[in-house]
Design a binder for this molecule. Structure first.
Ligand code: ZN
Length: 87
């Protein structure tokens, strides 16, 4: 296992392997309350992958939406650190 540095941001969303230049992944507690941890890879060579942008007050925006294929099957967007549900 690679060593991870965690840096929590707003809304319970944590960035994994955070450096000032790049973010290797994003981890968060599933916002539906099921208790699962979601980890998303944002490294360029992985699939599926997500794009993460951080605004000036460190609020993350994820693209595309997160759609869990197992467990609670939550489907939501993260925009500016907030969860927007897709119903
Ligand atoms: Zn869930």
């Amino acid at each position: 296992m690679a060593t991870r540095s965690r840096r929590c941001c707003r809304g319970g969303i944590c960035f994994l392997r955070w450096t000032t230049e790049s973010i290797g992944g994003v981890g968060m507690r599933c916002p539906c309350g099921c208790g699962d941890t979601i980890e998303l890879l944002v490294a360029a060579e992985t699939k599926p992958r997500w794009d993460v942008t951080i605004d000036e007050v460190r609020r993350p925006t994820l693209h595309p939406s997160v759609w869990r294929q197992k467990g609670c099957r939550s489907h939501f967007w993260i925009r500016r650190g907030r969860v927007h549900w897709c119903w």
